[in-house]
Design a protein around this ligand. Structure first.
Ligand SMILES: [Zn+2]
Length: 215
């Protein structure tokens, strides 16, 4: 078979994970934690991120399992964040609780992704003497390519999730809309603070379909 008859490289295979994970547990996004200051407060408190129940078995007793350091590349402030994992006493599942502002798979905060993709200046809170580190060109191109992939699947998830607001959001998207269009439509539908737009859309996508990534 000649090279050009092969299917296109599965660039986006990592963006959709349809096989179930063999591990119990996983990641819970703390959607209400959209900034670093809130995270720093919550992470110091053993109850700060304790899930109300185990998403796997429903047990209401979860203990702090451990804390892990998360590297945050190109971050203008602290280049790491401590995140907590809780263990369920009912089924031993281990849940990592990730604040919404950290991009689950990208070693970055969503603020950095948003800043890079929008080409905008830093949000007002960042107008300090701190410099905004540069994201490598290759990484930027990869993110832009992902933004240009069709939003059809995500639109379908929104349209069928049972929430009128999200169905309406899917409804404004043209058939050929891209994921970047979806992010823009979300911003149009509900004004989002600068630096928190991608975090909000990614958290929504994860809540509705954890197997699909936004970027
Ligand atoms: Zn459990």
């Amino acid at each position: 078979m000649s090279q050009d008859r092969l299917p296109p490289p599965s660039l986006e295979a990592c963006l959709v994970r349809l096989r179930p994970s063999s591990q119990k547990g996983g990641t819970i996004i703390a959607e209400d934690v959209t900034d670093r200051a809130t995270h720093d407060r919550r992470i110091c408190n053993p109850d700060g991120y304790r899930p109300a129940f185990c998403p796997n078995c429903g047990d209401r007793t979860l203990h702090v399992h451990d804390y892990r350091e998360r590297v945050l590349r190109a971050e203008p402030e602290e280049p790491f964040a401590r995140v907590v994992r809780h263990e369920c006493v009912g089924c031993d599942a281990i849940w990592q609780i990730l604040p919404a502002f950290i991009a689950r798979h990208l070693w970055r905060t969503w603020r950095v992704v948003e800043h890079t993709l929008s080409g905008a200046g830093p949000p007002p809170a960042m107008l300090t003497t701190r410099r905004w580190p540069r994201v490598p060109d290759r990484t930027q191109r990869r993110w832009r390519r992902r933004g240009l992939r069709p939003a059809r699947f995500l639109a379908q998830i929104l349209a069928t999730c049972g929430a009128g607001a999200w169905a309406a959001l899917a409804g404004v998207l043209a058939a050929e809309a891209t994921c970047a269009d979806l992010v823009a439509a979300y911003d149009g539908a509900r004004a989002t603070l600068a630096g928190q737009l991608f975090a909000a859309v990614a958290a929504l996508v994860y809540r509705l379909q954890p197997k699909v990534r936004l970027v």
